[in-house]
Design a protein around this ligand. Sequence first.
Ligand code: FES
Length: 617
Amino acid sequence: MPWIRKIHKWASLIVGIQFLLWLLSGIFFNLMDHTEAAGHTFRSHAHQHVEVNNNEFVELKDLAANFKASISIAPTYLLGQAYYLLTHEKGLYKGFKNHYTLVDAYTGEQVVIDSVFAAKLAKQSYNGPSEISSVELMQVPIEDFPKQKNASWRINFVNDIDTSVYIEAESGRLVGHSDDHKRFADFFFMLHFMDYGNEGSFNNIQMILFAFITLWLSLTGLIWTIDLGLRGQYKIKFFAKQQGVKLFDKNQKSMGTIKLSSHTNLLDGLIEHDIALPSTCGGGGTCGRCKVMINPIVKTTSADYLHFTDDELQQGYRLACQHFSNDIENMTLIDVTDAKKHTLVLSESSFVSPYMKELRFKVIGESSLSYKAGAFMRFFIPAAKGVSIPLNLPENLKPHWHHIEHLEYEHLGCTRSYSLAESSMNTNELVFTIKIQTAPHQKVIPGVGSSYLCNLPIGETISAIGPFEEFFASKNSNKTMVMLGAGSGMAPLKSLIEEQMTLSKQTTNGVDTNAAHIHFFYGARAESDLLYAEQFYQLAVNNEHFHYYPTLSQGNDDWLGATGYAQQILALNLDNLGDIDNIEFYLCGPKSMMTETMKLLTAKGVKENAIAFDDFS
Ligand code: FES
């Protein structure tokens, strides 16, 4: 389908430009002075009276004998004199290829229209200033009269609009007047009729090509529309049913009746009524958090099977993100969060590493929001166009993106969750550290959520629901904390560390020796990807109980720190961190890091409830 979109895009550009030219030239035609546009500013229509004595004309049969075969012989009058015009070859229209002989009607002698004769004829049809600047014989094509296919005299008059009068050389016929007004109007005719070859006709190759391109535009548009329709892009609200659903809390207490659209899944439908179920996967069917109870006869999905036992399925447990309001009359909400839908406006957007940006949003209409460190927001990413390489990429970061091929794409609307990167109570500013997910190759589009948000212009708004507090640290635990992360797993861990450091009240001026130790293991590919490194080094220098273990998987020779993955460095240090039963683990990073770490901790006998993780993968 991408080639259909490409053809459609280019065809629409060509048709769009020509459409604008039509509009522009059409407006001009409405406003122009039609006499001036025809070149008739100095055109005289005075009729000249001619006295003739037909009896003295030469015999037609003599003419026919003296001159080569003619199609017709007709009397004509030029400058008060009578002539015969013998036509030997005749085009469909006057200007088309014709061949004439002009003959004096009295003597039967052939008359040639020379420059003097032509100038007199021109003056007869002209009523402006009479001075002639030049007379020249023009061969075709004649720029001012592209339809004229016969050689013509051009008589140029001296006036402020550069009038030229054209007299056909063989017949003495007035071809027409041209001047600056007509030439200006001709330019708009050229645009309007796509006569870019100045052929004087709209029956040209450009018009045929244009018709072909328009046909392609229509066809590709139709195919694209059908494709989008098949992929569920168009949900025509007019046809959507509104289903009344009775809500109950987990104690079966009635919460009233709400109307849900048959085109919106239950999770999103509830959000429209300001009811937010827990969700870390944003409706992907993987987190299993959006549990509801509905009519057990409603068909189960594979995601339901993954998250519920047979017993639960028979009781009617289902994932709200996997079902619609059709066939549902009652719904029991197992768990509801305090999360609300907010409108955020982007106030700052800056790169903190070659592939990551720090985004700051202000919450519109809210004086402040409270959330636990480690919380996340779910963004409603609208259907939009995207690019594989960020817009406004700083010059110094461009080398990091050289291996990425330029790709423009369109994506459907979706939701994406991102952790808050700062711990801050009662704030109306939300900070996120987002990694721009690149595509492994051209056939796959990059991460639509990260690209959309990281390319969002300052001042733009977006809807998001939250904060969801699924991943957090206990505020009064004295246990050692191990934070382990990589890549964009930084955001919630940074937030947790900031919160713990604030809670421990340790500052550069005073050391709280009772503060629990925090060990932060963070892995990145290269040194330029080590986020907020300076901030954490400084924190470790100023706080005895904070320990920072940056590690690089692809460090260069200058790198003096640990090399490898964060979980490998944790494995090397784990036995030195104290009693394993006195450690809490907080993990956030890619799937491989999480899996290996879980294996390591399980092997060391770490209990499940001592491990918290934010599984964004
Ligand atoms: S929202 Fe995650 S499974 Fe439904």
